[in-house]
Each structure stands twice: as C-alpha cells, then as structure tokens.
Design a binder for this molecule. Sequence first.
Ligand SMILES: Cc1cc2nc3c(=O)[nH]c(=O)nc-3n(C[C@H](O)[C@H](O)[C@H](O)COP(=O)(O)O)c2cc1C
Length: 203
Amino acid sequence: MAMEFEEVLRRRRMVRHFTVDPIDKLARERIVAAGLRAPSAGYSQGYALIVLESEADREKLWSIHSETTGSAGWSPEVRAGIVKAPLVIAVLASKDVYLDRYARPDKGWTDRDEERWPVPYWYVDAGCVAVLLLLAAVDEGLGALLFGIVPEDIPSFRRAFGVPSSYDVVGCVAVGHEDPSAERRDLRSRRRPHDELVHVGHW
Ligand SMILES: Cc1cc2nc3c(=O)[nH]c(=O)nc-3n(C[C@H](O)[C@H](O)[C@H](O)COP(=O)(O)O)c2cc1C
C-alpha cells in the first residue's frame, strides 16, 4: 500500500540484506515506471535501464561483480545478503543523447562542446532515476541498494548485457524484501550537521 511521502523519505536507506522472496510483477512495473519519471536536462531522457530479474541474468551479474575489489568492500556475509535480491536494475546514461538534443534548433549548441555543460547532466539525470527507483521501492514496502560497478568489471558487464558503446553504466539498484532478522546500520551519528550543508543567502 502506498505510503505518505514523508514516511517514504524517512524509511529510505540502503538495504544490504534481502530475502529471496520474489517481487510482485506489478510492483516491479511501478518501480521501473517511477524511475522513468525522472527529470532530464532538455527532456533529453538519455538514460536507460537494464532490468535483471531472471535467475540466469542475476547470476551473470554476480559472476561479473568483483568480490574482492567491489567499491563497497562488502564482507562475504554482506555480499551474501545482497545477491539474494530478486531484482537488479542497471542505470545507464548516454552523453551522446544530450549532445544530440542540445544541438537541435531550440538549444543550438551545434558545436557539441562539452565545456558548455556546468557538470555532466547525463550523470545527474541518471542519479535522479536511481533516487526515484529507491523511493519507489520503499513505497512498495521493499528495500533497495544503489551500488556501483567498478571500472575493471565494466567491460564484462557491457559484454554480458549488450550495453551500447554510447552508454555508460552509472550504477545498479538491487531491490527486494528486506531481511527482518538482519542488523540495520545506524548512520545518525555520522550525519553532517544541517548548517554545514545548508547555507542560506551566502556560504
Ligand atoms: C552514487 C552512489 C554510489 C554508491 N555505491 C555504493 C556501493 O557500491 N556499494 C554500497 O554498498 N553502497 C553504495 N552506496 C550507498 C551509500 O553508501 C549510502 O547511500 C550511504 O552510506 C548513506 O546511507 P543511506 O543511503 O542508507 O542513508 C552508493 C550511494 C550512491 C549515492
């Protein structure tokens, strides 16, 4: 059942212990649809998702994902909790889609000069997609984890899942039922003070 937005925000945290229970098909469809509601610069929509749901696809992913060099440095125990997730959604981003879009007459950046971009908006937008996937998972009563694929694993990932050369693999969102018996990390003591992060009027 859908939750109040505040509750979704409050509950949203990275889950690293899933159960193997499957995700309802409609819930999966709503989560994916939520990701596609992300804003995008110039409405370029230069993102794409690869939904990995079958056991074979997920096994392929985890056989590629480095156990020792994973950026998260997951312990074997944590990794065992993550690989149970019945759904993993890879989030991709294409710079070319943005350069093409902004070369069109209403934008006019026909030189395709990347210096025009304050930051790479193709990655910003992919981040927006990822956040919506995370929030939508919580709204479905599920948990989710955003994790990166380390550079040395990217070529195998591309080959395994047919990622076009014009798309970068920004990260993956694992989704599943949170294992209620798992210990939860409490990051509250590490939260940076509000005034360190928020500057009203002037830094
Ligand atoms: C861009 C990005 C990449 C991340 N990569 C990983 C990762 O590779 N492995 C992991 O376990 N967590 C990863 N995280 C999760 C962060 O560690 C987590 O969001 C942070 O510790 C705050 O915890 P919370 O999201 O539960 O509030 C990533 C988060 C972001 C935003």
